[in-house]
Design a protein around this ligand. Structure first.
Ligand code: SF4
Ligand code: SF4
Length: 67
């Protein structure tokens, strides 16, 4: 069953540091072309670990209710 939450990146403020990529236990978030982080929503379980380590606060957790 899909999780209720998933991570979403505001790519306009992401500094592509890679901390979220290292923190994600599932490899669901990757820095895309060295520019910004991108989440694979189907892999993300909404644990929030990436959100906690992001120095730019560019990750927010979103609900899947409307999907
Ligand atoms: S919320 Fe958890 S599973 Fe989803 S991208 Fe962030 S660290 Fe990975
Ligand atoms: S931790 Fe934050 S700033 Fe760093 S790559 Fe991930 S989303 Fe971007």
């Amino acid at each position: 069953m899909a999780s209720k939450r998933f991570a979403a990146v505001d790519k306009t403020i992401c500094v592509a540091c890679g901390a979220c990529e290292k923190a994600c236990p599932l490899g669901a978030i990757k820095v895309h072309k060295g520019c910004f982080a991108k989440v694979s929503e189907d892999k993300c379980v909404g644990c929030g670990k990436c959100e906690k380590v992001c120095p730019a606060n560019s990750i927010i957790m979103k609900g899947r209710e409307n999907i």
